[in-house]
Design a binder for this molecule. Structure first.
Ligand SMILES: O=P(O)(O)OC[C@@H](O)[C@H]1O[C@@H](OP(=O)(O)O)[C@@H](O)[C@@H](O)[C@@H]1O
Ligand SMILES: [Mg+2]
Ligand SMILES: [Zn+2]
Length: 182
């Protein structure tokens, strides 16, 4: 099967403003410019895929059903905005979660690359030509561990002192992401 390059997208802080454990659509505010940013990468042949830590589920702040319902509404908005369906890979776990079913040291919670590797298997993704965009350094580490070509760190916070900043674009906000990344 022909492999395709992906743009892996963090959710909270990239798709929506990270108000902290956003589990319901009434609290879901889209980041300015996010639809155009995704359209831009789609036009360049990247398959958008969301990879998101959702420890709010393990912490009992909202249920997995709440999350899935929220993401259905987000997909409806993507479609309204002329975007394709965007696959979502999520990690509901946390090692200190309150709900035992989700209280695990899993392989999918970023900075581990599990969600990106699963997506790559499921969608025949060309990881060495893919991109990871996130607002937390753990997103960048997940992308680097998965072997993507470039990462984009969207934050006004500096990377950690010991960070490996090779192949990472550092931008303050989404609309500062360069038009072409290679
Ligand atoms: O940015 P993504 O991966 O899409 O989702 C992050 C969220 O699950 C939450 O992740 C939490 O981190 P902990 O999971 O508590 O370490 C905090 O950063 C919250 O502010 C944030 O809303
Ligand atoms: Mg985030
Ligand atoms: Zn997990």
């Amino acid at each position: 099967m022909q492999k395709q390059k992906a743009v892996f997208l963090d959710r909270d802080g990239i798709i929506n403003i990270d108000h902290g454990y956003v589990g319901h659509y009434h609290n879901f505010d889209y980041v300015e410019g996010v639809f155009d940013m995704i359209k831009h990468f789609v036009a360049q042949g990247f398959k958008p895929i969301i990879v998101t830590n959702q420890s709010g589920i393990a912490r009992g702040y909202f249920t997995e059903a709440d999350f899935l319902n929220l993401m259905k509404q987000v997909q409806d908005e993507f479609s309204e905005q002329g975007l394709p369906h965007i696959p979502v890979f999520y990690c509901p776990h946390h090692p200190e979660g309150n709900l035992s079913a989700y209280q695990v040291m899993c392989e999918c919670r970023k900075p581990k690359p599990g969600m990106l590797l699963n997506a790559a298997k499921q969608y025949a993704i060309d990881l060495p030509n893919s991109i990871m965009i996130g607002d937390s350094w753990r997103d960048i580490e997940a992308g680097q561990a998965a072997g993507v070509k470039w990462c984009v760190y969207v934050s006004d916070k500096a990377p950690p002192l010991e960070a490996d900043k090779s192949q990472v674009y550092l931008v303050n906000k989404l609309t500062d992401i360069p038009g072409s990344i290679e």
